[in-house]
Design a protein around this ligand. Structure first.
Ligand code: ZN
Ligand code: ZN
Ligand code: ZN
Ligand code: ZN
Length: 372
């Protein structure tokens, strides 16, 4: 039996939900094995970072942006440390055509990349004992010890600046950004690099994991929708039963035909600010029944089966300012992530599988309201 569902919440500044950053900067660094959102990735394997060509969008070829990482040790010794990383394209138009089929009938990949990295307890990067919670502890445990990082995004930087040779970037586009924002002024043969002059990345936060709360008796579940549809029920009455006016309007306009989104919404209502749902080998919470999840391909490394591990909820789009109101916004109902059952042996980072489902257009998601 899979365990209960764990939920991930954003610990960072997000005034619209009344959230304030409650962590020290050192806590998001590799040596503390964080689960985190935005900013730069806290690489687990510090040496074999993914190539920048791996981190490009299959649609627009731009560098993908780090979305989040979940630290989720496996059960066996070889995955004593284990982190799943998710990168996305931040270009809204790539999300509109994400399931595009090109002329030869092949499908263009999603603008999402999932990577798994893992290490045994005894490894060449980290001590076998847990980290000490103080800022000065082992500040030498950084990927810069093993190679150069792009100052703009924190990913592998293999392309050094041809003139000064003081800095390396992941790609020409990040080099250009940094150049325009300040490197231009300092780039001389004997110059010193004083950047980063700009950074790409979503607003940084820790990902706090908590068990999903039990169903609150006062809240509505699928059964309760039956009397929501009862035309004799007044708006005030519905609201006093815990239904928001917005939902009521959806009910009134007859938009309750997708049972999956009803279930999705009633489940989300237990903790509306959840940004991931984690249940390794559990069941994904579907946001629609009109489209099905694709066949899950076997592990690219060992050929073994993959299982559901977690899903990225649409609420994170608000936190990261990915503007749902824009016409070409980055958008999803959920990103479903499937990983190798066996935590098979790997070196560095291997790709795992992601599927994306959208809401049925007539059933818009329930979004958390600002805290009173
Ligand atoms: Zn793209
Ligand atoms: Zn970069
Ligand atoms: Zn330079
Ligand atoms: Zn495998």
């Amino acid at each position: 039996m899979p365990k209960n569902v764990d939920l991930g919440f954003y610990n960072g500044d997000y005034p619209a939900w009344g959230l304030e950053k409650e962590f020290e900067s050192f806590e998001v660094e590799s040596r503390y094995f964080p689960s985190k959102v935005g900013g730069a990735p806290a690489w687990l394997d510090l040496q074999n970072l993914p190539l920048s060509t791996k981190l490009t969008c299959p649609h627009c070829s731009q560098q993908l942006v780090f979305l989040l990482q979940v630290y989720a040790p496996g059960s066996g010794a070889r995955a004593f440390h284990r982190t799943i990383f998710v990168f996305i394209c931040s270009n809204g138009s790539c999300w509109n055509k994400k399931s595009e089929t090109v002329e030869d009938g092949s499908k263009v990949g999603l603008p999402v990349l999932v990577l798994r990295s893992q290490l045994s307890r005894e490894n060449r990067f980290y001590p076998a004992e847990p980290p000490e919670e103080r800022p000065g502890w082992r500040t030498d445990i950084v990927p810069q010890k093993f190679g150069t990082l792009c100052p703009v995004c924190g990913c592998r930087g293999d392309k050094s600046c041809g003139r000064c040779r003081q800095v390396s970037y992941c790609s020409q586009s990040h080099q250009k950004l940094d150049w325009k924002k300040g490197h231009k002024q300092e780039c001389t043969e004997n110059g010193k690099y004083g950047g980063p002059h700009t950074r790409v990345g979503f607003p940084e936060g820790l990902l706090e994991i908590e068990e999903e709360p039990e169903k609150d008796e006062k809240q509505n579940d699928i059964e309760d929708y039956k009397h929501l549809i009862d035309p004799t029920m007044e708006v005030e009455e519905a609201i006093s039963e815990g239904v928001s006016e917005e939902e009521w309007n959806q009910v009134e306009s007859g938009q309750t035909n997708d049972k999956a989104s009803e279930k999705f919404n009633s489940r989300v209502r237990r903790a509306p600010q959840q940004i991931i749902r984690y249940q390794r080998s559990g069941e994904p919470l579907l946001c629609t029944f009109t489209v099905q999840l694709p066949q899950i391909p076997p592990c690219s490394k060992c050929g073994g089966q993959r299982s559901f591990e977690f899903q990225v909820m649409p609420q994170i789009l608000c936190v990261l300012g990915l503007g749902l109101e824009l016409q070409e916004a980055v958008d999803w109902g959920s990103i479903y992530i499937y990983t190798c059952n066996k935590d098979c042996d790997i070196e560095g980072y291997v790709e795992e599988f992601a599927a994306v489902l959208d809401f049925d257009k007539t059933n818009l998601p329930v979004m958390p309201q600002p805290e009173a």
